[in-house]
Design a protein. Structure first.
Length: 528
């Protein structure tokens, strides 16, 4: 069989038809409803106790940290009170061994250390003064509380939130596995390690990255209405949206402000359709799941997000390599290669290792429209040790990678459409001509060429959305949304300490906020 014919057959296995998409949207809506009614469903629909969005007049210096899945970010944000802010951040890759550490302490001590490094580097004066003060006062509570940085902790794993800075870990995702942390309050775990280092920092708010993205997008997007959805397409995928309190049927245990009639819900949509009623399931999806640390769960995430797309592609590529009748990444002799060389893969190529293909190469493949695919061919050589790949090898790689990503984007559209339909905005006469604003964050959606366009193209064929609806849905990248959003929620939390309601703090925020990046320092961060 020719490589071309075989590639076509592989590509066709990743097709997800318009009909499939429509069926999945209906199922997504059904599973959303189920999650609003009771606990223990596949879409967790976790209440966040966030009931309103900010208004741009807030002032002060806040900190935020973000444990995403691949990187750990630390930032400080000066809110200027006139809808502008200055952001300083650092980013470091999370060491792989800490993701599966024996105890939670190992991971959280590392995180606290990064906070200390950040303070020393970027807020040296403040740090010095307060450490000195703290050491000279006998009681740890004896120094003034207002000198302490309020920190918003973006923790992007499923958490049962029981208060603005308190929440217990439900389960790990995205390759993390530290059983000791499950069931514990992650804010307390971080605060304990911060206190051991005597840092002037209080973990004031626990924030999911989706909620942070929603807040940040609401803060910065033009127009008078806030965003309806914050969505992540990074290592993992998830979304948080604004739901009517009246639709939330399961009991709420914590305190909240009900004056807005709304509450932000963290869907935990990575677990959509774990039962596989509507999700596609190729032999490669099955294999990926079987060898993962959490078989049977996060089934939607395993078909959509950055951590997994490269691995799906790798498993498909391995199958193609196994077929002795197909000349892929190998040729008989140099005459069959347009570079007049002989293609071969190094035996120690990461193609042969689990997680050996980073999703980032799929973006390179998609972006390379040069006639000879020379950029991709160079990338295959440098990252996967495939020497002298021929033009048709690169074409096959590009086609299969494109099919995996396209299926992911179509699945992303399923979640987005279902949530837009759930908000009722498309049929509400009051919001007839208004755009429906969605904030997105994560390397996949930010860097994969045309990812957002593929989503929009899919939205057009969805019943109840259609051409007209798709036109109104505005998807904007909220860059560093989780950092800015976490700082904004830390600010709400500071207000709550003084007994001010959330809504007073965050009312009618609709103006745009130019971002000033004062300094960016990247330490060994994983490429984005
Ligand atoms: P986090 O999830 O930790 O917040 P990111 O949003 O940066 O971090 O997402 C990291 C994920 O995105 C990784 O799985 C990585 O493989 C993937 N990724 C990184 N760069 C790219 C890229 N250029 N194109 C597509 N995916 C990418
Ligand atoms: Mg992230």
């Amino acid at each position: 069989m020719s490589l071309e014919a075989e590639t076509k057959s592989f590509v066709s296995k990743f097709e997800y038809s318009d009909e499939d998409v429509n069926k999945a949207v209906k199922e997504f809506l059904r599973q959303m409803g189920e999650g609003l009614e009771k606990d223990g469903t596949s879409l967790s629909q976790i209440p966040t106790y966030v009931t309103a969005v900010p208004n741009g007049t807030e002032k002060g210096l806040y900190m935020a940290v973000d444990l995403g899945g691949t990187n750990f970010r630390v930032c400080s944000i000066q809110l200027n009170g006139d809808t502008t802010f200055n952001l300083t951040y650092t980013k470091v890759a999370i060491p792989k061994d800490l993701m599966v550490a024996k105890t939670a302490k190992e991971l959280f001590a590392f995180l606290a250390k990064q906070v200390e490094l950040f303070l020393v580097t970027h807020h040296g004066d403040h740090f010095e003064r307060h450490v000195r003060r703290r050491l000279t006062v006998s009681s740890p509570d004896g120094f003034k509380d207002e000198n302490v940085f309020r920190l918003g902790f973006t923790f992007s794993f499923p958490v049962q939130q029981v208060g603005i800075n308190k929440g217990t870990l439900i389960r790990w995702t995205k390759g993390f596995d530290i059983p000791d942390a499950v069931g514990k309050d992650v804010c307390a775990l971080l605060q304990t390690e911060i206190d051991k280092l005597h840092l002037p920092v209080k973990v004031a708010a626990l924030v999911n990255d989706t909620v942070g993205t929603l807040m940040a997008r609401s803060y910065t997007s033009p127009g008078k209405t806030g965003a309806v959805l914050g969505a992540i397409f990074g290592t993992g995928t998830n979304g948080a949206y604004v739901e009517k309190l009246s639709n939330l049927k399961k009991p709420l245990t914590g305190e909240y402000d009900n004056s807005t009639g709304d509450m932000v819900i963290n869907t935990e949509w990575g677990s959509f359709d774990n039962q596989l009623n509507v999700l596609p399931n190729t032999s490669w999806d099955i294999e990926l799941d079987k060898t993962s640390v959490n078989p049977g769960i996060q089934m939607y995430e395993k078909r959509v997000s950055g951590m997994f797309l490269g691995e799906i592609l790798r498993l498909a590529i391995l199958d193609l390599l196994k077929n002795p009748k197909v000349a892929f990444f190998k040729d008989e002799n140099s005459s069959s290669n347009d570079w007049k060389s002989t293609t071969h893969i190094a035996p120690n190529s990461s193609i042969y290792e689990q997680w050996g293909i980073d999703t980032a190469i799929m973006s390179v493949a998609a972006a390379d429209n040069t006639p000879e695919l020379s950029i991709l061919r160079q990338e295959l050589e440098s990252t996967l040790s495939v020497y002298s790949p021929a033009h048709d090898d690169a074409q096959a790689f590009k086609a299969i990678a494109g099919a995996v990503a396209r299926r992911a984007a179509r699945l992303a559209a399923v979640a987005i459409a279902a949530i837009v339909l759930q908000t009722g905005k498309l049929i509400d006469p009051e919001s007839k001509d208004e755009p429906i604003d969605i904030g997105v964050d994560g390397s996949l959606v930010e860097h994969y060429p045309y990812f957002r366009d593929m989503i929009t193209e899919t939205l057009r064929v969805i019943d109840g959305v259609g051409e007209e609806g798709a036109k109104r849905i505005r998807i904007g990248v909220a860059k560093d949304g989780s950092g800015v959003g976490a700082a904004l929620i830390a600010l709400v939390a500071a207000g709550m300490e003084k007994n001010t309601s959330t809504a007073d703090y965050f009312r009618e925020l609709r103006s745009s906020a130019p971002v000033t990046l004062t300094s960016v320092m990247e330490d060994d961060a994983v490429d984005e």
